[in-house]
Design a binder for this molecule. Structure first.
Ligand code: AP5
Ligand code: MG
Ligand code: ZN
Length: 207
């Protein structure tokens, strides 16, 4: 299954919870890119500027990294995509790689998105996502699970956020019609409290 939705709508938060419940991997192309950037791999060096500024990585590179990830053993029983596909070209490529049972689009007002992104903190070790107000860690800036120092994503500044939101409207919004036409799309109001949003997603995927 896959999550659509603008930056800050909660794709990563909901995908992680669902992954823990279902025991299938949470595959985020954004996380895969950030992992490569942290390790300073050739791919990471190539995409760093694009991620920091809130641009989109080329379809060619993105489809390749996704194809490799879905080829790993743990994805045989299924997977939860977060942040892929983001263009019609990527959706078309995905349809040739595997079948999708559910597409869930998280919807939020712009005001909520900005508040969430500017208050987000992430764990570099386990990838857990926090928010300074709505999902704080027990000790400020320290991950509850592993004690790592939390960080603020480089693309969570207002300039990059605005670019990401604009690119979402231009490149990714058309995917709602694409998955809608296939009868796979469900909309979920992502502005509500996380437990409420998650319950609705569970009902949709019937678990
Ligand atoms: P990516 O990492 O996918 O970023 P994004 O799409 O901009 O989305 P975010 O991760 O910012 O938001 P989210 O929806 O996951 O929200 P979260 O759960 O964290 O991509 C980053 C970059 O990589 C792209 O800009 C691009 O450069 C590149 N890239 C990636 N995929 C690509 C592709 N397919 N093609 C081309 N380029 C690609 O939640 C946000 C905050 O809100 C958190 O603080 C969280 O704690 C809080 N929160 C979440 N839900 C709730 C709730 N219900 N109530 C209160 N707070 C909540
Ligand atoms: Mg995310
Ligand atoms: Zn952690």
């Amino acid at each position: 299954m896959l999550f659509l939705g603008p930056p800050g709508s909660g794709k990563g938060t909901m995908a992680a919870r669902l992954s823990a419940l279902l025991g299938i991997p949470h595959v985020s192309t954004g996380d895969l890119f950030r992992e490569n950037i942290n390790k300073q791999t050739p791919l990471g060096m190539k995409v760093k500027k694009t991620l920091d500024s809130g641009g989109l990585v080329s379809d060619e590179i993105t489809v390749e990294i996704l194809r490799t990830r879905l080829g790993l053993n743990d994805a045989i029983r299924g997977f939860i995509l977060d942040g892929f596909p983001r263009t019609i070209h990527q959706a078309d490529s995905l349809s040739k790689i595997d079948n999708i049972d559910h597409a869930i689009e998280l919807r939020c007002t712009r005001e909520v998105l900005i508040r969430r992104l500017t208050g987000r903190r992430s764990c570099p070790v386990c990838r857990r996502i926090y928010h300074v107000d709505s999902m704080p860690s027990l000790v400020e800036n320290i991950c509850d699970d592993d004690g790592a120092q939390l960080y603020t994503r480089k693309d969570d500044n207002l300039e990059s956020v605005n670019r990401r939101l604009a690119l979402y409207e231009k490149e990714t919004r058309p995917l709602s019609d694409w998955y809608g036409a296939k009868g796979l799309l469900r909309f979920v109001n992502g502005s509500r409290e996380a437990d409420v949003v998650f319950e609705e997603i569970r009902e949709i995927v019937d678990i």
